[in-house]
Design a protein around this ligand. Structure first.
Ligand code: NOJ
Length: 563
C-alpha cells in the first residue's frame, strides 16, 4: 500500500454558519474560523473540510451556489478567505473546500441565462426536457425532499430536473462545455492554494439518458429515480476526466460524498490505479435503523449490524481504495446521541471517548465533525418553529401535515435524526448563546451549553477534547493505526466492539464496551505477544492487568499495543 499524507491525516469539518460569529450578526463567518485556528491547532487536526462558503441564496445553507468564485455575503469577503487560508497554512493546517456541482442555485447566472429560451447558449448547462404528451413531468422521479424532481418553467415551456430543492437545478454533465467550466473553477481554487475537495453527492452527476420512470413504492406520490442517477453510466469517465484536468496537476485530498455506494463501486472510485478520488463517504452505517419513512421513522438497530457493516468496509477496501471514517456530519445527528443514546445523561463523556476510540483506530481517514470533540449532543426543540433545515421542514409538511405520521412520531424522528441536531452553534463557553455570537443566533444554541462547552473542556485535562487530541497524536506516532491490517474480534457480541490491527511486529488491540453493562472481553487464544502497553483508555487501567479476560465497565474503551 502506498503511503501518503492524506491517509495519515485527521480531518475536521467546519459548518461555517454555526462555527463562530465574529461580527455579531448571528451567523458564523470566515473571520470567526480564522479566530479559532489556534484552537484547532491545539486539537492537532491536519485538514479542515469547510462546508460551502460560496455565494448563495441559502435555500439549503450554501449547498445552492449562485457564484462558485465568490464568498457568501454573510460569511465575509475573498480577502477574509485568503487570510484564513494563509493563517491555516501557516499553522500546518490544510483546507478542503466543498464542491457542489451536481446542482447549482437557480440564482446562478448560468441558470438565469439557461431559462431564458430554448436556444440560449447556457440552455444545455442544465437538464431541460419537454413534458409527456399529457403535459406531465418527463418522468415520475421524486426529489430528495418530497416534491417531483421536475419543475415546469413557464417561460420556456419545459421542465428542468432538480434532485434536491427546486432552487437547486441539476447541472448537465453530458455537456462538455459545462464540464470544462467546472474544471476551470476548480483550478481557480487550487491555484489559490486550497488543498482539495469534498464533493457533494458526486455519484449523482451522470444520469441515464431518457430518464426512465423509476419503481413506485406503495403509498408514495413519486417514483424512485435512483437506479437511473446513482453511479450512472458515465460517472467514472467524468471523474477520470476531472482528475486529469484538475487534481493530477496538484497534491490534493479528495473525498466523494456517495449515498447508495457499495464496496465494489467504492473500489472503482478510490482504487489508486484508477485516478478518480482518494476516498468516499459511504452511508450504510448511518442508515442503520431507518424505518418505513427512512430516517424519520427510526427504529432499533443491533451492534452486530453496525460491526458487520464497518467490518465489510474495512475488509473490502483493504487491498485497494481507502475508507473515510465518520460518526457524524452536518447532515447527521450528533455522534453520542446517535450511537449511544442511552449514555447521554450519565455516561456522555465515557461514551464520546469510546466512540472516538473505535473510529480513530480503524483503517481510513477519520473525520471529526465540529463539536464532536467536546461531546455535543442532539437538540430537542419543542416547537417546529425553532427548526431551520429545509429537509426537516419538508418532512414535517409531507409526513405530519399529510397525516402519515402523528405529531409525536414526527417530532421523535426530528429529535433523533434531523439535520439541525448538528447545526446548532458551537458552544464556546457558558455565556449567553454559548459565546457563539453577541447577536441573535440564526438557530438557537443547545440549552446544555452551560455544561458542555469548549472553555470547560480546555480547562479539564481529562476532557473529551484532550482525549481526541491524544488519539490524533497516537495516529502520528504509530504507523499500525494508519497502515495495519484489520481483523474483527468477538464478532457476535451485542455489547463489545473489538478488533486487531497488525503491521509487522506491532499489534493493536482495540476493545470497547458499547453499552452500559459490564460484559467480559475474552482475548482470542491465537493471539501471542510478549509485551503490552496501554496506549489510551477512558478509565484508569494499568499495563500490568491480565487481559486474557477483562470485565469492561460501562462504555469503557482501551487500546493496547502488543508486541
Ligand atoms: C449533501 C449535503 O451534505 C447536504 O447538506 C445537501 O443538502 C445535499 N447534498 C444537497 O446539496
Amino acid at each position: 500500500m502506498n503511503k501518503t499524507w492524506w491517509k495519515e491525516s485527521v480531518i475536521y469539518q467546519i459548518y461555517p454558519r454555526s462555527f463562530y460569529d465574529s461580527n455579531g450578526d448571528g451567523i458564523g463567518d470566515i473571520k470567526g474560523i480564522t479566530a479559532k485556528l489556534d484552537y484547532l491547532k491545539e486539537l492537532g487536526i491536519d485538514v479542515i473540510w469547510l462546508s460551502p462558503i460560496f455565494k448563495s441564496p441559502n435555500a439549503d445553507n450554501g449547498y445552492d451556489v449562485s457564484d462558485y468564485q465568490d464568498i457568501m455575503d454573510e460569511f465575509g469577503t475573498m480577502e477574509d478567505f485568503d487570510e484564513m487560508l494563509e493563517e491555516a497554512h501557516h499553522r500546518g493546517i490544510k483546507i478542503m473546500l466543498d464542491l457542489v456541482v451536481n446542482h447549482s442555485s437557480d440564482e446562478h447566472k448560468w441558470f438565469i441565462e439557461s431559462r431564458q429560451s430554448k436556444d440560449n447558449p447556457y440552455r444545455d448547462y442544465y437538464i431541460w426536457h419537454p413534458g409527456k404528451e399529457n403535459g406531465e413531468p418527463p418522468s415520475n422521479w421524486g426529489a430528495m425532499w418530497g416534491d417531483s424532481a421536475w419543475k415546469y418553467d413557464e417561460v420556456s415551456g419545459e421542465y428542468y430536473l432538480h434532485l434536491f430543492h427546486e432552487k437547486q437545478p441539476d447541472l448537465n454533465w453530458e455537456n462538455p462545455t459545462l464540464r470544462e467550466e467546472v474544471y476551470k473553477m476548480m483550478r481557480y481554487w487550487l491555484d489559490k492554494g486550497i488543498d482539495g475537495f469534498r464533493m457533494d453527492v458526486i455519484n449523482f452527476i451522470s444520469k441515464v439518458p431518457g430518464f426512465p420512470d423509476g419503481p413506485m413504492r406503495e403509498g408514495e406520490k413519486f417514483g424512485d429515480g435512483s437506479p437511473y442517477f446513482l453511479n450512472g453510466p458515465r460517472i467514472h469517465e467524468f471523474l477520470q476526466e476531472m482528475n486529469r484536468e484538475t487534481f493530477s496537476k496538484y497534491d490534493t485530498i479528495t473525498v466523494g460524498e456517495m449515498p447508495g455506494v457499495n464496496i465494489d463501486q467504492a473500489k472503482l472510485y478510490t482504487g489508486e490505479e484508477r485516478n478518480e478520488l482518494n476516498m468516499v463517504f459511504q452511508f450504510e452505517h448511518v442508515d442503520l435503523g431507518n424505518g418505513k419513512y427512512g430516517k424519520w421513522t427510526p427504529g432499533p438497530w443491533k451492534l452486530t449490524d453496525l460491526k458487520q457493516i464497518l467490518d465489510r468496509w474495512q475488509e473490502g477496501l483493504a487491498t485497494g481504495g481507502w475508507n473515510s471514517l465518520y460518526w457524524s456530519n452536518h447532515d447527521q445527528p450528533r455522534a453520542v446521541s446517535r450511537w449511544t443514546p442511552g449514555a447521554e445523561e450519565k455516561y456522555r463523556e465515557k461514551a464520546a471517548k469510546m466512540l472516538a476510540t473505535l473510529l480513530h483506530n480503524l483503517q481510513g481517514s477519520p473525520y471529526i465533525y465540529q463539536g464532536e470533540e467536546i461531546g455535543m449532543t442532539n437538540v430537542y426543540f419543542d416547537s417546529i418553529d425553532d427548526y431551520r433545515d429545509v429537509e426537516t421542514l419538508n418532512a414535517y409538511r409531507d409526513l405530519y401535515k399529510e397525516g402519515k405520521l402523528t405529531y409525536d412520531k414526527m417530532m421523535k424522528g426530528i429529535h433523533e435524526r434531523g439535520r439541525d441536531n448538528s447545526r446548532t452553534p458551537i458552544q464556546w463557553d457558558d455565556r449567553e448563546h454559548g459565546g457563539f455570537t453577541t447577536g441573535t443566533p440564526w438557530i438557537q444554541v443547545n440549552p446544555n451549553y452551560k455544561k458542555i462547552n469548549v472553555k470547560s473542556a480546555l480547562e479539564d485535562n481529562t476532557s473529551i477534547f484532550y482525549y481526541y487530541k491524544k488519539l490524533i497524536q497516537l495516529r502520528k506516532k504509530h504507523e499500525v493505526i494508519v497502515y495495519g491490517t484489520y481483523e474483527s474480534v468477538m464478532k457476535d457480541s451485542e455489547e463489545i466492539y473489538a478488533y486487531m490491527r497488525t503491521l509487522g511486529e506491532n499489534k493493536l488491540l482495540v476493545m470497547a464496551n458499547f453499552m452500559d453493562g459490564t460484559p467480559v472481553f475474552t482475548l482470542p487464544s491465537t493471539l501471542g505477544f510478549t509485551s503490552k502497553e496501554v496506549l489510551i483508555s477512558n478509565y484508569e487501567v494499568s499495563d500490568e492487568e491480565d487481559i486474557s479476560s477483562v470485565v469492561l465497565k460501562p462504555y469503557e474503551a482501551r487500546v493496547y499495543l502488543l508486541r
